[in-house]
Design a protein around this ligand. Structure first.
Ligand code: Z5A
Length: 213
């Protein structure tokens, strides 16, 4: 099996959606054409319904922090079991817009849920299943929020305080430093420079993988 699961991570407005096109071009250049795209939370009918519930701001009964994290894991396990693992099993590559690292950073860091509970949830729900490569687009919260603020109305999570996003980024940076399967890209640069950084990192990583197609 030479196909891989690659994930894009980062704060709001870091440029994950924009980076996706760059990654697809690089994979195509390496002869990889069968790529399944996922986003989290979401990606199956049930997970998309959970996404709506998690993100909606006009909610008379907003989830508690623990309810939120359980909803995120319900969506994730549904996506992993129904979409990601079957795609990998048939030989496709999977490119994910967010995965478990988001929960560790937003819920573990931002919301302040006990890291032991977060790690135990991850291990119970996902076992040893992990992305082969994660590209973490690092941006200061203020800059990312300014970028997405231009889009208009903010959802429930986007309405979090600057301190929430600062705690989230701090946890991202801790986790990234501890895992060599995660590569950091300076996302404060121009679109062109971010794209060049992704090319360099991804091409180097791909060159180390055996017989990728
Ligand atoms: N969440 C969570 O809490 N826990 C979890 O476990 C998971 C998720 C899985 C998902 O929202 C929310 O759920 C997210 C985390 C939380 N909430 N927050 N806050 P989403 O899927 O709707 O949003 P997102 O994943 O954060 O995507 P995004 O807001 O669209 O950001 P992005 O994809 O990284 O950025 P983008 O769309 O590529 O770019 C944003 C804008 O910036 C756009 O106008 C671009 O043209 C512009 N841009 C992009 N790159 C640049 C550069 N380099 N320079 C200048 N402008 C740029």
């Amino acid at each position: 099996m030479h196909n891989k699961f690659i994930v894009l991570e980062g704060l709001e407005g870091a440029g994950k959606t924009t980076a996706k096109d760059t990654i697809v071009k690089i994979l195509h250049a390496h002869g990889v054409s069968d790529i399944v795209f996922t986003r989290e939370p979401g990606g199956t009918p049930l997970a998309e319904e959970l996404r709506t519930l998690i993100k909606q701001s006009a909610n008379v009964d907003p989830p508690t922090d623990k309810a939120e994290v359980l909803m995120l894991y319900a969506a994730r396990v549904q996506l992993v079991e129904k979409v990601i693992k079957p795609a990998l099993d048939r030989g496709a590559w999977v490119l994910g817009d967010r995965h478990d690292l988001s929960s560790q950073a937003y819920q573990g860091g931002g919301r302040g849920i006990d890291p032991r509970l977060m790690a135990s949830l991850r291990d119970s729900v996902l076992g040893s299943f992990r992305p082969d490569l994660t590209l973490y687009l690092d941006i200061l919260p203020q800059q990312g929020l300014e970028r997405v603020g231009l889009r208009g109305e903010l959802d429930r999570i986007e309405q979090g305080s600057l301190a929430f996003f600062e705690r989230t980024r701090a946890r991202y940076l801790q986790l990234v430093a501890a895992d060599n399967r995660i590569k950091t890209i300076d996302a404060s640069q121009s679109v062109q420079q971010v794209s060049e950084s992704i090319k360099t990192i991804l091409n180097e990583w791909l060159s180390k993988q055996d017989n990728i197609i």
